[in-house]
Design a protein around this ligand. Structure first.
Ligand code: CA
Length: 232
C-alpha cells in the first residue's frame, strides 16, 4: 500500500514517513500543493494524507483536484480543531480529518482505519457504471453505454483488470500478470496490440471517447474522466 504524504514541514514529513514505513507502507512525500496531482497520477497512491496549509496550491483545492480525478481515500490534516467543522461543511469528500499536533502513532492508526473502510466499501463496479461501462466477470460480458462488446477472452480480462481499479495505472508487467495465468513469455508489443484492439472495439460503441489511457513509459489505466485534462 502506498501513502502519499503532502506536508510542507520537512520534519513532520520525515516523522510520518518513518512511522508509516515502519507500519509497512510505501511512502512518498510532496511539499508543494502544485506538485500533488503529478504525484497522484504517477504513483497512484492508495491514500493521501493532505495538509491543509500548503505552498503553491491550497489543500482544499488539492482535495477537490484529487476527488475529481479518482476515488482515492484522503485524510485532511489541519492545524486547528475549529477548522474541522468548517471543512466538514464544505463537503470536500475527505474520508477523515486529523488535527495538529498529532501523535504519529495515531496518524498510522487512522490511515489503517480509513484504508480498511475504503476497501470494504470499494465498489469499482459503480465507478465503472459512472462512465457507462458494465462488466460481469462470471458471464464474460461487458457493455459500454448499454451495448454489448464482442471481446476475445484476453481483451475481456484486460478490460476487467483495468476496470478493477479505475484511475489506477497498471504497468505492462502487471497487465501481463493479469492476462496470462501461465506466465508464458509475451512481449510488450503483444500487450500493446491487445490494448489497441480493445480500444478500437470501445471506439466502435463510443467514437472519440478514449476510456483507456496510455501513460507514456508507464502503462495503462481506465480513465474515469475520459476528457480529463492531462496537464492538471
Ligand atoms: Ca502546512
Amino acid at each position: 500500500m502506498r501513502i502519499l504524504v503532502v506536508e510542507d514541514e520537512p520534519k513532520l514529513a520525515e516523522i510520518l514517513r518513518t512511522y508509516l514505513e515502519a507500519a509497512g507502507f510505501e511512502v512518498e512525500c510532496v511539499a508543494d500543493g502544485l506538485k500533488v496531482m503529478a504525484s497522484v497520477e504517477h504513483a497512484t497512491p492508495d491514500l493521501v494524507l493532505l495538509d491543509l496549509m500548503l505552498p503553491g496550491r491550497d489543500g482544499l483545492d488539492v482535495c477537490r483536484d484529487i476527488r475529481a480525478y479518482a476515488p482515492i481515500p484522503i485524510i485532511m490534516v489541519t492545524a486547528r480543531t475549529e477548522e474541522i467543522d468548517r471543512l466538514l461543511g464544505l463537503e470536500l469528500g475527505a474520508d477523515d480529518y486529523i488535527c495538529k499536533p498529532y501523535s504519529p502513532r495515531e496518524v498510522v492508526a487512522r490511515v489503517k482505519a480509513v484504508l480498511r473502510r475504503s476497501q470494504a466499501h470499494r465498489e469499482p463496479a459503480s465507478a465503472c457504471e459512472a462512465v457507462g461501462l458494465e462488466i460481469e466477470p462470471s458471464a464474460y460480458l461487458a457493455r459500454l453505454d448499454g451495448v454489448g462488446l464482442d471481446l476475445t477472452p484476453v481483451e475481456f480480462r484486460l478490460l476487467a483488470l483495468l476496470a478493477s481499479h479505475p484511475g489506477r495505472i497498471f504497468s505492462r508487467d502487471q497487465v501481463l500478470d493479469g492476462l496470462y495465468d501461465d506466465h508464458r513469455v509475451v512481449t510488450d508489443r503483444a500487450v500493446d496490440s491487445h490494448v489497441k484492439n480493445l480500444r478500437r472495439k470501445l471506439a466502435q460503441v463510443r467514437p472519440g471517447g478514449d476510456l483507456i489511457r496510455s501513460v507514456y513509459g508507464v502503462g495503462y489505466r481506465l480513465d474515469l474522466l475520459a476528457d480529463a485534462d492531462e496537464s492538471s
